[in-house]
Design a binder for this molecule. Sequence first.
Ligand SMILES: [Zn+2]
Length: 310
Amino acid sequence: MDRPSDNLSDSGAVKRKRTRWALLFVLLLLFSLGAFSGSYIYTMKIDAEEERVQYESELWELGFELSKLQRENRDLMEANHNLREQLEEEMQYVDSLMLRLERVTGEVETIRRLEKIDPELLKKYSKVYFLNENYQPSGLVEIPERFLPPDKDEEYFHEEAWPFLLDLLEAAEDDGIDPRIVSGYRSFEEQMELKTRYSVIYGDGANRFSADQGYSEHQLGTAVDLSTKALGGALWGFENTDFYSWLKENAHKYGFVISYPEGNPSYIFEPWHWRFVGVKLATEVHNRGKYFYDLDQREIDEYRLYLFDR
Ligand SMILES: [Zn+2]
């Protein structure tokens, strides 16, 4: 027979038993959870650590690569800088060579130009330095008849200097003058003949009157004896003509100078005798109030290059 107290104590024991089991289960569950999460966290931590190490090593490698590139870049910049400096130096050298080349080319050009200009055309002639009897101008042109006095049928002048003389004659005509050319080029023989004629007439005085044969500027082809139509082509009295006054003012513009001015120590005053020496030298002589024969030969020679310049 069941006792109520027995029944009561029986159900209490069952309950306790159940509670114990439940508790045990919960504990087991908690333990399992803890173990699982612990191992999970541990695994995660290991993975993170590995990743960190990997990243760090990659970072280090990248840093190494970067510094290597920077070093190479620096080397290249330096090499580039050196190359530029070298290039600049070479460019400067090339420039200096070009300058030298230009200078030498200019000098060669000057020499070539000088070679074409007869040095005799600017020589001072005297009883010490005279023109060779075989000398002949490089080229002569016949002076147009309208510029000759009636008793002359032909006269010649230096081919290259002629355009300057023509300009002079035409400019004088424009100013109301009737210019005439009594004498232009004279060969050595013609000069000798003339001298003989003068010597017969004037004796030894002819030496101061007409240049000795061979000394004469007329043999160059660049000297003229001038007169006017009104004077009938005579030389005497030329110093009183308008043409002579005009020449003193203007002849230098066309490259002409008076060779034997009043009071010169070599010959008598020859107002009619004018010589072509180039515009540059004639202008220089005129502006300085000097005469061609006053200048040193060395100074005169510096104008040779410009003899036929306008
Ligand atoms: Zn003369």
